[in-house]
Design a protein around this ligand. Structure first.
Ligand code: AMP
Ligand code: MG
Length: 391
């Protein structure tokens, strides 16, 4: 069932009897140009092990030249909010690429200082500190993302629940690393602190009952991407793509006759792309996967997405990619649908025009399940055409 074939993983911390690993390079979505038939070009080149060195070199030179071509989009990448971020602008805006990156970076920095659970003085950390004591005055942005979190909690029948924070820490994500799985009694105890309906929002303030805390890891990046997208628009950019750890939103088109194209990676082999999604102006895409962040305990791998109904990490799903009208919805729903699973998600989707989903169950061989609208937007590579199933 769990067949993972990637090799290059970055081991963040290795303690005796415990492996805590994070796949940093496995961005689940990649930007592609119209000339990318299959894998991202650089991966195609590197993985051809039999190629002669001179041939490889000449191809690399070509690659370098093509990525510098003034007619092609240009990208600037940087580290932000604990992951890789990038801004890509269409050819007409190449000269203003550094400015676009600065605009986006400033937005991400501001949102991180408000929403991060890692920064002790962020609003979200202070909200947890004040839990059970007093309401806390929140910025308009934090207030809004909490309102939306409650909304998507309702919509996904509780599968998306930002108050899952005490369980996220218990399982060893964002807190103390663990050697073995938590005791069932402890899980039950923490479960009593999980219920997004108990987040009280009123007149710009937020309040949590004692012991509760919030983790916006499943929605905050999408929210930040939406704000960055708006900031780019206001700064006069007409064609750009913002990516924050696989939460992507596009503005305009990549080229006059070309939509922005996003490659969906194979969760079982990160060097492979399963197919391409074409995004039209304003749309967003996000992926939740069990391969980007996980902990290993007693030889088993546990996903960082917790089922708030059971208190245990979700099993059975390898990846969920959501396309939607903005990046906040795409982010929240990819996490929520990862928990809900394929068939229950379908009922939720009926209430959501403009949202389409691609599910990849955690089993071998790979299956790619598509909602009807996704069938029109997703083109599988020829070798994965027979893996596609319609929902
Ligand atoms: P994503 O990669 O967007 O799917 O978000 C996963 C992150 O969201 C995790 O690392 C946790 O911080 C948080 N999280 C885990 N389980 C849930 C859940 N059921 N609902 C909301 N957020 C969650
Ligand atoms: Mg998410």
């Amino acid at each position: 069932m769990h067949r993972y074939s990637w090799a290059p993983i970055a081991r963040l911390r290795a303690e005796p009897g415990l492996q805590r690993v994070l796949l940093r390079s496995a961005r689940p979505l990649v930007f592609m140009t119209s000339s990318d038939g299959g894998r991202p070009r650089i991966l195609r080149l590197i993985s051809r092990k039999t190629v002669f060195l001179p041939l490889l070199l000449s191809l690399l030179i070509q690659l370098a030249m093509s990525s510098c071509s003034p007619r092609q989009p240009a990208t600037q990448s940087f580290h932000s909010m604990g992951t890789m971020a990038s801004v890509t602008v269409a050819a007409g805006y190449r000269e203003r690429l550094p400015q676009s990156a600065e605009v986006v970076r400033a937005v991400f920095r501001r949102i991180e200082s408000e929403l991060s659970t890692y920064q002790r003085d962020s609003e979200i950390s202070r909200l947890a500190e004040a839990a059970g004591r007093s309401p806390l005055k929140l910025s308009a942005e934090t207030y809004r993302v909490l309102e939306l979190s409650k909304e998507y909690g309702e919509l996904t029948l509780g599968a998306f629940d930002v108050t899952v924070a005490p369980l996220v820490r218990l399982w060893g994500f964002g807190g103390q690393a663990r050697h073995n799985t938590p005791a069932p009694e402890l899980i039950q105890e923490r479960l009593r602190l999980v219920d997004f309906r108990k987040i009280e929002l009123s007149e710009g303030t937020g309040f949590l009952p004692a012991g509760m805390s919030v983790d916006l890891g499943g929605i905050g990046k999408g929210y930040a991407v939406d704000l960055a997208y708006e900031a780019l628009r206001r700064s006069g950019f007409g064609a750009a793509m913002v990516d924050l750890g696989g939460n992507i939103r596009v503005l305009g088109r990549a080229e006059p006759e070309e939509n922005w194209m996003i490659g969906v990676r194979n969760p079982f082999d990160k060097e492979q792309v399963l197919g391409k999604i074409s995004l039209i102006d304003g749309m967003a895409v996000a992926t939740s996967g069990n391969y980007e962040r996980f902990v290993e305990m007693s030889g088993r791998r546990y996903s960082h997405i917790i089922d708030p109904r059971t208190g245990y990490p979700v099993e059975g799903m390898a990846g969920v990619t959501v396309i939607s009208l903005n990046a906040t919805i795409a982010d929240a729903l990819s996490t929520g649908f990862f928990v809900l699973g394929r068939d229950p998600s379908r009922d939720v989707l009926r209430k959501l025009p403009g949202t389409e989903v691609l599910f990849i169950p955690d089993r071998d061989p790979v299956e790619i399940w598509l909602t009807p609208g996704m069938v029109r937007l997703f083109s599988p590579l020829p070798e994965f055409a027979s893996s596609v199933r319609n929902l």
